[in-house]
Design a protein around this ligand. Structure first.
Ligand SMILES: Cc1cc2nc3c(=O)[nH]c(=O)nc-3n(C[C@H](O)[C@H](O)[C@H](O)COP(=O)(O)OP(=O)(O)OC[C@H]3O[C@@H](n4cnc5c(N)ncnc54)[C@H](O)[C@@H]3O)c2cc1C
Length: 419
């Protein structure tokens, strides 16, 4: 239809009424059923789901060269089980991976097999490209332009880029944390609904592990993640508690990772709601829908959002295909919104620093304790709070701890006897 539109332009020019046409150009513009603003994981996947059902949405996405950051994402089992195609784009380097935790006071815990079997690493640009290709192959129209304004005119959405205006009945906001759609149809994220991350791209980190370091004074953490050739180093915290973030990162790197060679800085915002009330806000209204980061559908504990970017796209596609947009709000609340509310009710992001210290310190003494800390930091909370789980599993943890102590005592006796 874009071709048809071009041919209309050509014919009118030839017939010598181009000045008339140009002054009435918008009346000849094609009206799309659905315009998706943003072609990240959420927008691209929704584009694919709609086009595979015979719809022809347009996806307007900022051109790739204007994008600043390229991250490596950790993808857990829940996500790969729900979306198995992610296995096809896993980075090879994950096979060698371990998870290394450093507690606020400097205790260490290393997770080897557990991490290898539960996680894959994926490059975000590659994930986005794969999803966009799937959408385009099924018939979605891809427009690599930046949306600069949106308004409503005669019951249609008018979505404007620097080049032209697109008209559609339904507007989907899949345009991430700074969503222009969200600002137009609802309101921007507030300061206490955001987290900030900053860091470096670097080379030279020898440890083949994903490293996470926690702090006494931070809700977030520092991390190093790599694909074998280069590393991404970052530190994250809520925007309200972000003072001194870079200083903490630089201090850690200059004392603990002297071999690292940073070559480029990066920074990014991410939605991270601190109050359960955030998830009572609507994500759909009069012919609009918000999905993924634009909806703020990120884990309140870890800030991770790929699972919910794809999941929200899936639920939005069901609502759009049924022409019942308002169903979307009930669907996401039912499927994962309740979990978000429960998690954001649990005090701070990773609990008290003293608790983290003790769990990381004794993780090697008990398999159950090690599972609890692993699930906590990787965002898989098995549906119950960490405090409750600790309480429920205390007898088993104590048993495993003493069993280990006894075994160590026996080993020591044997060694002494041999001497
Ligand atoms: C540092 C960092 C690390 C992360 N690590 C993980 C992780 O390990 N695992 C995990 O699950 N999640 C992680 N996340 C979160 C995850 O990246 C996001 O939740 C996910 O990308 C959301 O997808 P989305 O499609 O909703 O938004 P985005 O990925 O933000 O995509 C939005 C798209 O909209 C486009 N866009 C924006 N404005 C416009 C405009 N005006 N016009 C046209 N296009 C526009 C953008 O160019 C982009 O392509 C991380 C986030 C950060 C910041």
């Amino acid at each position: 239809m874009v071709t048809a539109e071009k041919s209309i332009i050509a014919q009118t020019s030839l017939s010598g009424i181009d000045s008339f046409f140009h002054s009435h150009r918008r009346h000849f513009t094609r009206i799309y059923e659905t315009v998706i603003v943003g072609g990240g994981p959420a927008g691209a996947y929704l584009g694919y789901l709609l086009s595979s059902q015979g719809k022809r949405p347009i996806i307007i996405d900022q051109p790739f060269i204007t994008k600043k950051n390229s991250f490596i994402l950790t993808i857990n089992q829940q996500l790969t089980q729900k979306y198995p195609f992610l296995h096809n784009i896993a980075l090879k380097s994950h096979i060698e991976h371990k998870l290394h935790l450093i507690s606020p006071s400097g205790y260490n815990a290393i997770f080897d097999e557990q991490y290898k079997t539960s996680f894959i690493l994926v490059s975000k640009p590659q994930l986005t490209k794969v999803l966009l290709d799937m959408a385009i192959k099924c018939g979605a129209v891809y427009i690599p332009q930046k949306v600069v304004s949106i308004h409503r005119e005669q019951r249609l959405w008018k979505v404007c880029t620097a080049e032209r205006e697109y008209s559609a009945h339904i507007l989907v906001g899949a345009d991430g944390v700074n969503s222009i759609v969200r600002k137009t149809v609802f309101k921007p994220f507030q300061k206490d609904e955001l987290a900030i991350s900053l860091g470096y791209y670097a080379s030279g980190f020898l440890e083949k592990a994903t490293l996470m370091k926690f702090f006494n004074h931070r809700n977030g953490f520092l991390w190093i993640i790599g694909d074998g050739r280069r590393q991404i180093i970052g530190i994250t915290d809520t925007l309200c508690n972000s003072n001194g973030l870079k200083k903490d990162l630089d201090e850690f790197l200059s004392t603990q990772c002297k071999e690292l060679k940073p070559y480029k800085k990066w920074s990014a915002l991410n939605p991270q709601a601190s109050s359960p009330d955030f998830f009572k806000q609507p994500c759909t209204g009069n012919n609009w829908i918000l999905i993924g980061n634009a909806a703020g559908h990120n884990s309140p504990l870890t800030g991770k959002g790929i699972l919910h970017a794809l999941w929200s796209a899936e639920l939005a596609s069901q609502a759009l295909l049924a022409s019942e947009l308002r169903v979307y709000d009930s669907l996401w609340r039912e499927e994962y919104g309740k979990d978000f509310i429960r998690i954001s009710n649990q005090v701070k992001r990773f609990g008290r620093p003293s608790l983290l210290d003790n769990i990381i310190r004794y993780a090697h003494c008990s398999k159950s304790l090690s599972n609890i800390i692993f699930d906590l930091v990787t965002g898989d909370n098995k549906g119950i709070s960490t405090g409750k789980r600790l309480l429920m599993e205390t007898p088993r943890i104590l048993f495993e701890y003493f069993e280990r102590e006894v075994q160590e005592f026996k080993d020591q006796m044997k060694r002494n006897y041999r001497k």
